[in-house]
Design a protein around this ligand. Structure first.
Ligand code: SF4
Ligand code: SF4
Ligand code: FES
Length: 250
């Protein structure tokens, strides 16, 4: 498991760029050395360059450094990491926002595979557990399943999740119970289908979540809201599920 740092410090005015120092977590499961950090220095940076661009430059210096990335546009969620103590996406974090040395660590609370790459298997298992697909008894209509505009609006703030994992990896309840608490990301996805007027499995979904750990380990600490790069509010989504449960039980 990666070392982790307090979540709320750092975003002070950054450098005027130029030269910057980076302290990057390193771990090679096949090497003899244990986990550690490695320092890198880059020149000729500009404040509006993204952290992912800097990482790609570091990779040119040291091709052994491991990290994930794909879209480079804040869409795929694959370059989530802990940046100066706060989870975020490297591709939409400007160097000018960061204090030096920029400390890059893997997402906290998730087993590390190598360097900044974490093992998301449990995260995706939990995603699958909430059955994130529309469930309806009627056969697939020829054109579409209709929804009123106000029904569609209830999905705003839920469907935009990119499954980056920043929220779950910032949640203390998830750190302590990663195998039993589903975590904010999976629960936001559960809410997305519970709230969908076209879905007919709402009661089953609520029954499956009615568990001391799966849902009720959320203590509304709101770290998840603080770090979501898409500005979503998993705490509110979890609260919506709880209210639905309450309404169903009365
Ligand atoms: S509000 Fe709930 S899900 Fe979000 S960080 Fe806190 S305990 Fe975790
Ligand atoms: S809710 Fe936000 S932080 Fe959590 S997985 Fe989705 S996009 Fe990432
Ligand atoms: S590389 Fe896709 S979100 Fe950053």
């Amino acid at each position: 498991m990666a070392d982790w740092q307090p979540l709320r410090f750092m975003q002070a005015p950054g450098p005027k760029a130029g030269r910057m120092r980076f302290s990057v977590y390193r771990f090679d499961p096949e090497g003899d050395a244990g986990p550690g950090t490695q320092e890198y220095v880059l020149d000729d940076l500009t404040p509006d360059m993204m952290l992912l661009d800097a990482l790609l430059r570091i990779k040119e210096q040291d091709e052994t450094l491991g990290f994930r990335r794909s879209c480079g546009e804040g869409v795929c969620g694959s370059d989530a990491m802990n940046i100066n103590g706060r989870n975020g996406l490297a591709c939409i974090t400007r160097l000018g926002e960061l204090v030096e040395p920029v400390k890059l660590r893997p997402l906290p609370g998730i087993p590390v595979i190598r360097d900044l790459i974490v093992d998301m298997d449990n995260f995706y298992r939990q995603y699958r557990e909430v059955e994130p697909w529309l469930q309806a008894r009627e056969a697939q209509p020829e054109v579409e399943r209709f929804q009123l505009p106000e029904e569609r609006e209830r999905l705003d703030g839920l469907y935009e999740c990119i499954l980056c994992g920043c929220c779950s990896a910032a949640c203390p309840s998830y750190w302590w119970n990663p195998d039993r608490f589903l975590g904010p990301a999976a629960l936001l996805q559960a809410a997305r289908f519970i709230e969908d007027s076209r879905d007919e499995a709402c009661d089953k979904r609520l029954d499956q979540l009615d568990d001391a750990y799966k849902l009720f380990r959320c203590h509304s600490i709101m770290n998840c809201v603080d770090v979501c790069p898409k500005g979503l509010n998993p705490t509110e989504a979890i609260e919506r599920i709880r209210k639905r449960m309450l309404r169903n039980s009365t």
